[in-house]
Design a protein around this ligand. Structure first.
Ligand code: ZN
Length: 420
């Protein structure tokens, strides 16, 4: 797939995936179209050699794999489906000072400032009781601008440009109406009706997140950049998903996109949970074979990297400061915040060199703390040799992040051409 088609598809995927639930559903649809067979965790699996499969957990994480059967050397790629956002609280509606607003809880380490004065919409999963008293789930996406967090005018805070701090409890509530008749239950029933869910007896719970309605876009003189919400880490999800869809079913490959990375990965659908291990053990039920497979495979953990910011260059180590559009970044940390080691790095470099693709390296300044990602968690849990890589970006965890329009396609070429 050429770079232009790749990037057009990327923009569509970003816009269609406002939450991990939607990202997972969209990836599942892509896998269906590419001939992957759906598996269910609560049914028996009878895998056939030469076929390819996918399975989801909690509607928010997904694993896809090829099954050549006798080849134990798997190329695995790990990413995450979640991004920082404002999540609706269970009893969200607040009516005061002439407006209806929502109580929200920040999810993950979001940059709060960029959430002000944005046209926000709401999406996620609603769990309800149907006419036959069964608990069901449905995904909703309001799609239109529904709410906004207005800034406080500078006249009311003359220190706003110097030292304004943000209180997560009181300052971040999106307002949605001046009509105090609003009832959340009615609103959610209307949204469910829009997606064809009509037998709703009672709505019990929801996991709904606000998102920016501004669409993903090319920005720059020659479309140098891609600006969008959730580039961390839907950029890697999309790239890895297309890669496994592009390779032959004879090539042993597995892709996992986990939820809850932004809050530490500890959950049933997070990389700290059992999803990958359970799935691998069902693919390789013989313990001897399972261990051989794990120890001969390689996990490429793909999560975005910090490009050196032209306005804040001092925040980077000058020798490990990746540029936008100059290639995939290998992430290294002596204290194992990244799982890369010299052996896995060498394997990755060998592949990039064979494909004539550039690489860059990132190490956090020694006087700053280092972020982490799913790489070390998966390496620890499963015992698979791992490398942490990522695409260079600015504004990570902002409501609108920025990546290069060349880099993701370069990662795609490495992943599809990778030889273990
Ligand atoms: Zn990330």
């Amino acid at each position: 797939m050429n770079r232009e088609d790749f990037n057009e598809g990327l923009l569509g995927f970003l816009d269609a995936s406002p939450t991990p639930f939607h990202a997972t559903r969209n990836m599942a649809m892509m896998f269906e179209n590419a001939g992957f067979v759906k598996l269910n965790e609560v049914e028996n699996w009878e895998l056939e050699a030469g076929k390819k499969y996918y399975v989801t957990r909690n509607d928010s994480s997904v694993i896809a794999f090829t099954y050549p059967k006798n080849d134990l050397k798997y190329l695995m790629i790990g990413t995450h489906t979640d991004s920082p956002n404002l999540k609706l609280k269970p009893n969200a509606v607040i009516k005061e000072h002439g407006v209806v607003k929502f109580g929200v809880e920040p999810y993950g380490g979001l940059l709060l400032n960029p959430w002000f004065d944005r046209d926000l919409s709401l999406a996620g999963r609603v769990s309800y009781l149907d006419a036959e008293n069964r608990v069901q789930n449905a995904l909703i996406d309001v799609q239109k601008p529904l709410a906004i967090v207005p800034s406080l005018a500078i006249h009311l805070d003359d220190k706003a440009n110097k030292d304004r701090t943000i209180n997560k409890q009181t300052d971040m509530c999106p307002i949605l109406s001046t009509n105090e008749d609003f009832e959340l239950d009615d609103f959610l029933r209307w949204q469910l009706d829009k997606v064809g869910v009509r037998d709703v007896k009672e709505i019990y719970a929801n996991e709904l997140s606000f998102y920016d309605t501004q669409k993903a876009a090319f920005v720059g003189l020659r479309d140098d950049f891609i600006a969008s919400a959730r580039l961390d880490n839907l950029l890697s999800c999309y790239t890895a998903m297309l890669s496994i869809c592009s390779v032959s079913e004879e090539k042993p490959m597995l892709f996992i996109a986990s939820d809850h990375e932004e809050v530490g990965s500890d959950s049933t659908s997070g990389a700290g949970g059992s999803f990958l291990e359970s799935t691998l053990k069902r693919i390789f039920p013989n313990f001897e074979e399972y261990i051989q497979m794990v120890r001969s495979s390689l996990m490429i953990s793909a999560d975005n990297a910090h490009a050196i910011h032209p306005n804040y260059p001092a925040k980077h180590d000058a020798n490990h400061a990746p540029y936008i559009n100059k290639g995939v970044v290998i992430k290294v940390n002596a204290n194992q915040r990244y799982a890369s080691n010299s052996q896995t790095i060498a394997k990755f470099m060998q592949n990039a060199k064979n494909l004539e693709l550039p690489l860059q390296e990132f190490v956090t300044r020694s006087d700053m703390g280092c972020g982490s990602t799913i790489g070390p968690i998966t390496a620890t849990r499963i015992g698979v040799d791992t490398i942490d890589v990522g695409l260079p970006t600015y504004a990570m965890h902002s409501i609108r992040e920025l990546a290069g329009s060349d880099d993701a396609h370069m990662l795609y070429k490495i992943l599809t051409g990778f030889q273990l």
